[in-house]
Design a protein around this ligand. Sequence first.
Ligand SMILES: C[S@@+](CC[C@H](N)C(=O)[O-])C[C@H]1O[C@@H](n2cnc3c(N)ncnc32)[C@H](O)[C@@H]1O
Length: 315
Amino acid sequence: MPSLLNNRLTKRALRPALTLIDRRIRLRVERAAEPLRSELAVLRREADEMRRGTDGLRGSQYALGLLLDGTGRGAHRIPPAWEIDELVVQISALNGDGATARRSVVAAYRTVVALEALGVGRLAGSTSNVCGKLATVPLLAPPNGSILEIGTLYGLFAAALTRMVHRAGIEPDLTIVDPLAGRQLQPGTSQPADPTGTPVREDVVRANLALTGAGSTHHPRIRQGFSADPEVRAEVTDREYGVIVVDGDHSMEGVAADLEWVEEIVAPGGIVVIDDYGDASWPGVQEALDKHLADGSSRLRLLGRVSTSAYLRAE
Ligand SMILES: C[S@@+](CC[C@H](N)C(=O)[O-])C[C@H]1O[C@@H](n2cnc3c(N)ncnc32)[C@H](O)[C@@H]1O
């Protein structure tokens, strides 16, 4: 016997009731879905906003990269926070004051970025080591503003250092010794072409020093030649230097010879910076300083290390 529900008459009789039930169900589902629909619209708006935000961030990150990445200078100038924090800790260990160390590191970083943006050539070395040297020297209170840099390359580090010591109230009086031979010289190594493409020449160094007021507020002396040359030495051994940066010939013999000379020309209380100390690329630097200090006859006392530079004070 056919089921009652399959009966055509029964179907017709039930149709209005079924249509009503159907409409009610649809109405309930629509009502229930309404809050979900508006939530979805909100989510869509938020996703659009986020997409616009990340597009903007990507754009400004690109522009920041143009300002600070390593293109055309080798090292980038985008230090992570931990690197700056580490510098502050290392410098504080030398001067005992974290807040002053941080202020000095930040001022050094801004100086590096500004000078490399406007200068000819580059500063040599990692951001950490360069900022370390610039931030530490003024905080060690050198006894006078006579600065000798052995090995300057483009003169931009020297320019930055004059700025940093001036900020600390010390009027800079800069002497530079470098062969300025058109390219960087390093005995026993063949240096690749510089990433800047700029020649290592005296006119370049002068142009860079002029950025920091050289010629008006201070008058740097540039002695072209090798630091071991007796004529060069005779000429610049005319004062006691408050700061000496040893960054020329990086061989063991070269650094050892510079240290012997430094003993004679550094002022009592003067600060000596040995660049690239502990840098695996230049093992001769550490070897020379460690040997120099080994027998205790030196006037120089090791204060400590910041990044890849050693700091000493003369008795
Ligand atoms: C590492 S670069 C100096 C970088 C610079 N101080 C800076 O921080 O940007 C070394 C420089 O020392 C020069 N140099 C090499 N032998 C030297 C020597 N015996 N006396 C002086 N300078 C020397 C090189 O030609 C080069 O210009």
